[in-house]
Design a binder for this molecule. Structure first.
Ligand code: PLP
Length: 388
């Protein structure tokens, strides 16, 4: 690679830009993970991580990516042959249900068009029809990173309650936690799955399960095999401020700093900042004369925006031009959206001028790729930022 002056714009929807103070915190020397200094670090983090999830219940921290935390959520709560209900909201919902099948679960996978979230009405209908209570869990991806669509978790919880059904609610917040309003306790979620590399502004490699009392109960009888993911030894070690195996100590230094940043800004302000940047991005997309992939006004993601290319324009070519000319990475279309969309990540350590730079790069790249891009797009976004 030749030297490129200035900062690379990492505007994929995660991993996100890691703030300098977080990078510096992680450069401290690794310490003995069985010593008193570590015990203080871990005890503090296991306590201080809870408000981001909106919970007072335990949150476990895995030295693994989000995929591992998916597996932990399933294996700790379910048994071979159990049925889970899930929704084809996009690439990640598809992968999670494939994992569930691979683990020996039956999956009722409700088809979708990747342009809207999980349908609470369908949850109510499916659960009402399940009088034998075969469905043991409802799995929902809160923010579909592949589409920029956010499912309405409180309405899904209400649908489960209205059917008076005992299914657990397992929610993937890998690309929403710390970016989009989320409340594990208030929304009655049983397991929340999260990862380090998006709203938490950390590198990849650490993931989380927040666990309700009902999920802890389910874990007592869940028979799917698990060893590394087993909550039992993890929670027992965590009680004393330790881990059952070697934790990612340096990522934990970073987490301590990242939580300080989030709480200094205030979670409500963090969510409002993301929502405002998302609205300005949509203004740009519409101003360019292009279409936002998400089709339901209630479900626009605060973390990323997926932009649909008109017929004949290859989204990957647009991204390649933008990377080559302006040193900016944008998210690719995944799965069946490959080549049809690109994704603008506007989450994590991100401000008005980062958005202005990002959208300027996208507008120029679209024009160079021969795609429609009315310059009104950037102007509309800037007006949004200036006035709202
Ligand atoms: N779920 C969602 C919503 C994601 O965005 C991702 C990754 O981007 C994953 C799951 C998988 O996480 P990981 O790649 O950290 O294993």
């Amino acid at each position: 690679m030749t030297y490129a002056a200035g900062r690379h714009f990492l505007q994929i929807p995660g991993p996100t830009n890691v703030p300098d103070v977080v990078l510096r915190a992680m450069s401290a020397a690794t310490i003995d993970h069985r010593g008193p200094e570590f015990q203080e670090l871990a005890s503090g983090l296991l306590r201080d991580i809870k408000p981001v999830f909106g919970t007072t219940n335990p949150v476990v921290i895995y030295p693994a990516t989000g995929t591992g935390a998916w597996e932990a959520a399933l294996t700790n709560t379910l048994s071979p042959g159990d049925t889970v209900l899930s929704f084809e909201t996009g690439h990640f919902a598809t992968l999670w249900q494939e994992m569930a099948r691979g683990l020996g679960l039956h999956v009722d996978f409700v088809p979708g068009d990747w342009r809207r979230g999980a349908d609470p009405g369908m949850v109510a209908e499916k659960l009402a029809a399940d009088t034998a209570h075969r469905i043991k869990a409802v799995c929902v991806v809160h923010n579909e990173t592949s589409t920029g669509v956010t499912s309405r978790v409180p309405e899904i919880r209400a649908a489960i309650d209205s059917a008076d059904h005992p299914a657990l609610l397992l929610v993937d917040t890998i690309s929403s936690l710390g970016s989009i309003d989320y409340r594990h306790d208030d929304w009655g979620v049983d397991v929340t799955v999260a990862g380090s590399q998006k709203g938490l502004m950390l590198p990849p490699g650490m993931s989380f399960n927040a666990i309700s009392d009902k999920a802890l109960d389910a874990a007592k009888t869940a028979a799917l095999p698990k060893v590394f993911w087993d909550w039992g030894p993890m929670l027992a070690a965590n009680e004393r401020g330790f881990f059952p195996y070697t934790p990612s100590t340096n990522l934990m230094y970073g987490l301590r700093e990242a939580l300080r940043l989030l709480y200094d800004e205030g979670l409500e302000n963090v969510f409002a900042r993301h929502a405002r940047h998302a609205a300005a991005t949509r203004a740009a997309v519409r101003g360019w004369g292009l279409e936002v992939l998400c089709q339901d006004e209630r479900e626009h993601s605060g973390a990323l925006t997926a932009v649909l290319m008109p017929e004949g324009v290859d989204a990957d070519k647009v991204r390649a031009i933008i990377l080559d000319r302006f040193d900016m990475s944008l998210g690719a279309g995944l799965g069946k959206l490959a080549g049809k969309i690109f994704r603008i990540g506007h989450l994590g350590a991100f401000n008005d001028l980062t958005l202005a730079g990002t959208l300027a790069g996208v507008q120029m790249g679209l024009t160079l790729a021969g795609a429609p891009a009315d310059p009104r797009g950037l102007q509309d976004a800037l007006e949004h930022l200036q006035n709202d």
